[in-house]
Design a binder for this molecule. Structure first.
Ligand code: UDP
Ligand code: MG
Length: 322
């Protein structure tokens, strides 16, 4: 049995030594064959060169370098397509997810014969209040879209069987959000609880802009419900309009005049705003269709320590189920 560990890394030079120092003993202690695939997501610091140094006395470490920064989820995808293991674990490189939990995950998966084991954060007190609250709101919304199979506070620290990874690799959508896609597939699952630690070094690579983008991808990837918002708002405006016509006619019949200016510009601006929001929403979906139709490779591999093939030929075969 081979266990594969996928770790996306973006400018993690400061964290990588401590990460390896804890991951390695945790994996060596499992008594199972394993490989670690570090996906360098176009880092601009010395992450890659340090990884290559570490590889010299840790042959199980494989370094896959992407040509440019493609983001956490797509880096994970590159990892999932590169690994060969029967079980695949994805873990962040900043030690917020404790590597020691991997053993527990593997034991649970084998004992209960489940396909997915989620790492669930039971304690996020080390995250900032803003991060906790925004995450709370995110999971609350997503549970409504994906369904209750979505475990609260399950991020990207999880173990999956080969069957799950095969399905993930065959997805055609441009930017799958794995933490939502995996629960939605309906594989049997278990949970391991752990306390979320503080980042050991470096800064978060998820500024607000990326969190907003993840949220947009999550919502548009799972539901067309926002499109229906336009219909409801339109219906509401229409009913309101009918009511106003009646009021105006009654006022006119009784010789009065409805005062105009304020109500007029409120109506115009409100409707204009609503229309722009609905157009923007529509645009999000059209944009996804457009990107899917372009069929560009979501990432390109610049260098992979496991394959001596020249980089240009290692374009991922993402469009064909593997
Ligand atoms: N990461 C990545 N590409 C990116 C951003 C982040 O590969 O564009 C990696 C990062 O190196 C880390 C993981 O994704 O291993 C999670 O990122 P981070 O810890 O910054 O996110 P947070 O824990 O703050 O949500
Ligand atoms: Mg982190």
């Amino acid at each position: 049995m081979l266990l594969s560990v996928v770790t996306p890394m973006y400018n993690e030079r400061e964290a990588v030594d401590q990460f390896v120092a804890r991951l390695r003993p945790a994996l060596d202690g499992l008594g199972a064959e394993y490989e670690v695939v570090a996906v360098d997501d176009g880092s601009t610091d010395a992450t890659v060169s340090r990884l290559l140094q570490l590889r010299a006395d840790w042959p199980q470490l494989r370094v896959v370098s992407l040509r440019r920064n493609v983001g956490h989820q797509t880096a994970l995808r590159a990892g999932f397509q590169a690994v060969r293991g029967e079980y695949v674990v994805s873990i962040d490189a900043d030690l917020q997810d404790p590597p020691e939990v991997i053993g527990e995950m593997l034991a649970l998966a084998r004992r209960d014969q489940v396909d997915v084991v989620y790492g669930v954060r039971s304690d996020r007190s080390t995250d900032s209040a803003f991060k906790r609250n925004s995450a709370g709101l995110y999971y609350w919304t997503m549970r409504r879209l994906v369904g209750s199979s979505l475990s609260d506070q399950a991020g990207d620290f999880r173990l999956m069987s080969r069957a799950v990874v095969t399905v993930l690799n065959s997805l055609q959508e441009p930017r799958p959000v794995y933490r939502l896609v995996v629960p939605s597939l309906g594989f049997s699952s278990g949970e391991v609880r752990y306390a979320r630690q503080e980042r050991v070094a470096g800064r978060t690579k998820y500024p607000l802009s990326r969190m907003v983008r993840l949220t947009f991808d999550s919502v548009t990837g799972f539901s067309a419900a926002p499109l229906r918002l336009a219909t409801w708002l339109g219906l509401f405006s229409f009913l309101l309009c009918v009511a106003l016509i009646v009021t105006a006619l009654v006022a006119w019949g009784s010789g009065g005049v409805v005062p105009g200016w304020t109500s007029l510009y409120i109506a115009v601006l409100l409707l204009g705003g609503i229309q722009l929001i609905c157009l923007g929403l529509l645009g999000e979906y059209v944009g996804r269709i457009y990107m899917a139709s372009q069929q560009r490779p979501p990432y390109l591999i610049a260098h992979d320590t496991a394959s001596p093939a020249p980089a240009e030929t290692s374009v991922p075969a993402v469009r064909t189920p593997s």
